[in-house]
Design a protein around this ligand. Structure first.
Ligand code: NAD
Length: 470
């Protein structure tokens, strides 16, 4: 080709146009991927930004982590009503007032940096210190049932342990989860923390969740959800924490304070319309006190269904192909009854009915305020039935009894992560019972009620031949 001045000029302007085009597209991608307040369109960009933030956090003093956590606690407390209302509106599940309490529990009772206790060996050979060190970037998969509560609680614990977090929320709780991430990011920034310590993606999906789990920069995966996601992270080949489903029974024997047991059970079962994995999902009652227990439950907001035909109709309505029908998960008892043709007031919080131990309502984790009651001849039979209903999930169980031998046998035999004696289920997560709160209860992988130390690696530093003053 003959390169004269004219066609050289044409070539240059063509190249300039191409470069401009490229610039525009790159900038466009960059705008989206930049991720205002930690929300990114690209999984890979979100992870790389979180990785940069974690390096800054780990290089900073623990004092910064403390400031960040204090700021998150303050700002989420201030936004508790907004987040609770948004979650109920978006997911169509649960009760606003109970969700406010859940946010307060996450804010007030999730342990921070103080949870990272060091351990030492010392002697003639010197001093060895065991310390809890960050993993790096954690991928945290969160549920639709406690969307923002889980994000808040995990963010506090995971940051306390020095990590950054990429949240993979349930698509059905996208807005609530993104709003929580947004508030947390602003709180971190206010406290002088790095940008993008807590990030998420603009379009949550199972595909994007799997991309997060597989990314080599994700050093730990934490799944809070049903059996599918727990199985998936446990087979990811990475350090995984799995917090899965439960089917908690409440056993009541003849020595219990029946009036209190009835109230505790209804309070626990109706809390957030039974969405918590820890809530009472069925009652196992010793025959001699069952009628009185039912009577007391009715005094505390239970509606008793006696007619088998209506119970069968209820079953057809709230179950779909053997699983809970999502249209009724987390709904008010009065709404469920209305769809059954029964009109009741808002004072009705739970639907109760007597069933056998194999009934679908008893063996499935329904996540709605329907409570089957199973009669047994005595407490020992009750323990066996409760164990069967819990189905080896090792999650949560309640007992109402004053017999020390029965309390002990139940606690040993049930093998659950949480065992509540003489109280409502939520006292097991620090609401009205001693101990801290968490919304990630890891039965399958054994961490139990997770806190900062669950999100940290145990590392050993050995100084040979000195520093011991024994
Ligand atoms: P879910 O299992 O439908 O979803 C949970 C999360 O996992 C979501 O982010 C979802 O997108 C993702 N997910 C689901 N299947 C997946 C798969 N195959 N691969 C990758 N990601 C997947 O649960 P949900 O309905 O949102 O929440 C209710 C369930 O979670 C109940 O079973 C409840 O008991 C359980 N839960 C357990 C705890 C606990 O601490 N143990 C806490 C809250 C909820």
């Amino acid at each position: 080709m003959d390169l004269n001045e004219k066609n050289l000029g044409d070539i240059v302007s063509l190249i300039m146009k191409e470069l401009e085009k490229k610039d525009i597209t790159e900038n466009k991608e960059c705008d989206i991927e930049d991720g205002k307040n930690g929300i990114f369109s690209s999984v890979d960009v979100a992870i790389s930004k979180a990785k940069e933030a974690q390096v800054i956090l780990f290089a900073s003093k623990l004092e910064l982590r403390e400031k960040i956590i204090k700021s998150i606690r303050e700002d989420i407390r201030a936004a508790a009503i907004e987040l609770a209302e948004l979650a109920v509106e978006e997911t169509g599940m649960g009760r606003v007032n109970d969700k406010i309490l859940k946010h307060h529990a996450a804010v007030d009772k999730t342990p921070g940096v103080e949870d990272l206790k060091a351990f030492a060996f010392s002697g003639d050979n010197g001093l060895t210190v065991m310390e809890l060190s960050p993993y790096g970037v954690i991928g945290s998969i969160t549920p639709s049932t406690n969307p923002s509560e889980t994000i808040v609680c995990n963010a506090i614990g995971m940051i306390a342990a020095g990590n950054s977090i990429v949240f993979a929320p349930h698509p059905g709780a996208k807005k609530t989860s993104q709003r929580a991430v947004e508030i947390i990011n602003k709180a971190i920034s206010k406290a002088g923390g790095p940008d993008n310590l807590v990030v998420t993606i603009s379009e949550p999906s199972i595909e994007n969740t799997n991309k997060i789990v597989k990314n080599p920069d994700i050093k730990m995966v934490v799944a809070t959800g049903g059996p599918g996601v727990v199985k998936s992270v446990m087979s990811s080949g990475k350090k995984a924490i799995g917090a899965g489903a439960g089917n908690p029974p409440a056993l009541v024997d003849e020595t219990a304070d029946i009036e209190k047991a009835a109230k505790d059970i209804i309070d626990g079962c109706s809390f957030d319309n039974n969405l918590p994995c820890t809530s009472e999902k069925e009652v196992v009652a010793v025959d001699s006190i069952t009628d009185y227990l039912i009577f007391e439950m009715q005094k505390n907001g239970a509606y008793l269904l006696k007619d088998d035909k209506i119970v069968n109709k209820l079953c057809e309505m709230v179950m779909k192909n053997g699983s809970p029908n999502r249209a009724y998960v987390g709904k008010d008892a009065s709404y469920i009854l209305k769809n059954l043709g029964i009109d009741v007031g808002a004072e009705i919080k739970v639907i109760i009915t007597e069933t056998d131990a194999k009934h679908p309502l008893a063996v499935s984790e329904m996540l709605m305020p329907i409570l089957p009651i199973i009669r047994v001849k005595d407490a020992l039979e009750g323990i066996k039935v409760s164990k069967k209903l819990e189905d080896g999930l090792r999650h949560t169980a309640m007992i109402h009894s004053k017999n020390i031998d029965i309390l002990t046998k139940y606690a040993r035999d049930m093998e659950t992560t949480i065992l509540v004696k003489n109280g409502p289920s939520y006292s097991g997560i620090g609401v009205g019972g001693e101990g801290y709160s968490t919304f990630t209860i890891a039965g399958p992988t054994g961490e139990g009620l997770t806190s900062a130390r669950s999100f940290a690696r145990n590392r050993r530093c050995v100084l040979v031949g000195g520093l011991s003053i024994k």
